[in-house]
Design a binder for this molecule. Structure first.
Ligand SMILES: *Cc1c(COP(=O)(O)O)cnc(C)c1O
Length: 482
């Protein structure tokens, strides 16, 4: 009775019961690795899917026969189990050309950091245990020595992210008092992180000085009162003031603070340990430049230009960091062992510029010459062309501009090379969506002028074959009539 719809009620009643399914060899085999309660729940889920499918009209008889055999239900239950057990947070291929893409997890870790995280995650470690003396140790010691050497600081501390670092510094240095900041530096980072709001959270009264475009040393000087606890500089990491502008030099501001017995604190945001400016990439000041100029305390992110795990780093003079170590917030903001392992390993790569460029993905991506990106783009294009020709998707290689992202170096444009995909039959939005939703490893590009752009700069070494596989998977949906 092909094509004739079953009576709905009888179709649903005739579905096999879970206890019967559990006895079927096909079910036992397909779900052998699952504990019994999970086996029952995924079978119930498979049956619920069939009921939902047939909630309106009942199934045609041939569909019923195909979908309700033990084998088919077992396969459906297996898919449900795989969905439940597979991670929700999963890798994607970044072809947006934005190196520090906050929505895509910011910095990819160096392989050496991944190995360090894996080793520490898998077992016990000397996190707070001094192996030399057998006494209790500090979790901060592991990275402090490296940070001190790399930044030219006396002391260093690590917290969960730079936002936490700003909160801790202001709380420890200025709670109950005043902090002086230029009106040109009242930064919003996004996600509701604004300097004035953080000041309020820390119980600090914000004293704004100067004008949006110009602030002079005398403005700071006039604002200092007996209530002043700190002078604050905020690096305008995600915007630039251009035109008729003025800010006192860091050294001058440091001298002013010190004449009044106050610390100068600078929130650097991105925090470069590598001199990108010397390599022709942007104008980001390095952390050691700030400290050499007389800044007493700096804070910066672990997963922006530094290219490591999410963390906030506080570096500077020991006497100002001491109250932060003992502050009650420290316990709430302290980093975990995985972060410290990643940071420790990443920092070791900054011992040498060439090592940093070769092994820290963020540094490598930001300094990779156009020609090298173009070569990689050509190789990928050669592998994709034949499979895209089959589904009439046109592939071209085009010049594009990559971005730093993550609220760092907003004005920097990195010349790059990309694969551009268009189709006479499908809108760019369709191609883009299909690439983003492949089951294996999603491909995230961008759309420009009704074309999909896949910027090769942000594809990591070793991901080329995965990109080809993922595009092939998406192309499976692009056959005419598909
Ligand atoms: C990014 C940034 C922050 C916040 O850092 P997170 O590590 O994202 O918490 C704070 N201040 C400035 C100036 C920044 O650029």
């Amino acid at each position: 009775m092909d094509g004739v719809t079953f009576h709905r009620q009888s179709a649903l009643r005739a579905l096999p019961a879970v206890h019967r399914l559990l006895a079927e060899p096909a079910v036992r085999e397909k779900l052998a690795d699952l504990p019994s309660a999970l086996r029952v729940s995924v079978l119930q889920e498979a049956l619920a899917e069939l009921r939902a499918m047939w909630a309106g009209d009942g199934p045609a008889e041939d569909v019923w026969a195909r979908e309700t055999g033990a084998e088919a239900i077992a396969a459906r239950a297996r898919r449900a189990a795989d969905r439940k057990l597979s991670p929700r947070l999963r890798p994607v291929l970044n072809l947006t050309g934005t190196v520090l893409h906050t929505n895509l997890g910011r910095a990819p870790l160096p392989p050496r950091a991944i190995r360090a995280v894996t080793a520490v995650a898998a077992g016990y470690s000397n996190l707070e245990y001094d192996l030399a003396s057998g006494a209790r140790g500090s979790r901060h010691e592991h990275v402090e020595a490296r940070l001190v050497a790399l930044c030219g600081a006396e002391a260093a501390l690590v917290v969960n992210n730079n936002a936490a670092a700003v909160l801790l510094v202001l709380s420890a240095l200025a709670a109950g008092g005043e902090a002086v900041v230029s009106r040109g530096q009242l930064v919003e980072i996004g996600g509701s992180f604004r300097i004035p709001d953080v000041m309020a959270q820390a119980g600090v009264r914000l004293v704004e000085v100067g004008a949006t475009n110009r602030t002079h040393l005398a403005d700071y000087e006039r604002a200092i009162t007996p209530e002043t606890r700190v002078l604050v500089r905020v690096h305008t990491s995600n915007y630039r003031l251009i035109g008729f502008t003025a800010q006192p030099a860091l050294g001058e501001l440091a001298d002013l603070a010190h004449r009044h017995g106050l610390p100068l604190y600078e929130d650097l945001g991105s925090g470069a340990l590598f001199d990108f400016a010397a390599r022709g990439v942007g104008d980001e000041p390095t952390v050691s430049f700030s400290l050499r100029s007389g800044v007493d305390v700096v804070t910066f992110s672990g997963d922006k230009l530094l290219g490591s795990a999410q963390a906030g780093i506080i570096a500077g003079a020991a006497r100002w960091l001491e109250p932060m170590r003992k502050h009650p917030l420290m316990r709430a903001l302290r980093p975990d062992k995985l972060t410290l392992a990643a940071l420790d390993a990443t920092l070791s790569l900054y011992l040498d510029d060439d090592l940093a460029k070769a092994e820290i993905p963020v540094v490598r991506m930001l300094t990779e010459p156009y020609e090298a990106v173009a070569r990689r783009c050509r190789e990928i294009a050669n592998r994709l062309s034949p499979l895209l020709a089959e589904v009439d998707v046109r592939l071209e290689e085009v010049d594009v501009t990559s971005r730093v992202g993550g609220g760092a170096l907003p004005q920097v444009e990195l010349p790059s090379r990309a694969i551009r995909l268009t189709s006479p039959r499908m809108r760019a939005g369709r191609l883009f969506d299909d690439l983003r939703t492949v089951p294996a490893v999603p491909v995230v590009g961008r759309i420009e002028q009704d074309a999909v752009i896949l910027d090769v700069r942000t594809l990591l070494p070793g991901q080329e074959a995965q990109l080809v596989d993922s595009v092939a998977e998406a192309a499976g949906r692009w056959f005419p009539g598909g």
